[in-house]
Design a protein around this ligand. Structure first.
Ligand code: ZN
Length: 169
């Protein structure tokens, strides 16, 4: 398994609207395995394909506690079919915006449909951290990064800090 390169803001690729997957095959599964390896190495709890430069509607996630057993989840062509009126605020971060965090409001719960690792249709009712994380990741598939919800001043500052951080690396 390979660790892939994670792109960071302001890379214009992050604004791409990703295209649906048409075939779930071994090549795609190998790519999702690489995405998961990359996410664990970062470390992070969610990663969208566009964050490693591939504009397809694929996400990997693992929101299990750090010391608990790993619980990888794969979402192909995820689609939100319902969101709760109730909102929740979570201090979000993103592997494409390293070391920057901000409070973001999102629906507290959502329902979604998707294809699993084997290409089988699934649906799930997400709550808590799962709901927040999956909405954050689906945003990536639509070209949205969480700092897009901030004021333009806060967003500019975050991007400037990331650029500085990357340069120092
Ligand atoms: Zn992200």
């Amino acid at each position: 398994m390979n660790i892939l390169n994670i792109i960071t803001v302001p890379d214009p690729l992050l604004k791409t609207v990703s295209v649906p997957v048409t075939v779930v095959d071994d090549e795609l599964r190998a790519f999702m395995d690489d995405m998961l390896t990359t996410m664990y190495a970062a470390p992070g709890i969610g990663l969208a394909a566009i964050q490693v430069g591939r504009p397809i509607r694929v996400l990997v996630m693992d929101i299990a506690d750090e010391d608990a057993e790993k619980k990888p989840q794969y979402f192909i062509n995820p689609e939100v079919t319902w969101t709760s009126d109730e909102l929740t605020t979570f201090n979000e971060g993103c592997l494409s915006v390293p070391d920057q965090y901000a409070d973001i409001d999102r629906p507290a719960e959502c329902k979604l449909t998707y294809l699993d690792y084997h290409g089988n249709p699934q649906n799930v009712h997400a709550t808590g951290l799962f709901a927040t994380c999956i909405q954050h990741e689906i945003d990536h598939l639509n070209g949205i990064v969480f700092i897009d919800y901030l004021s333009s001043l806060k967003k500019t500052i975050a991007i400037r800090k990331v650029k500085k951080l990357i340069k120092e690396d």
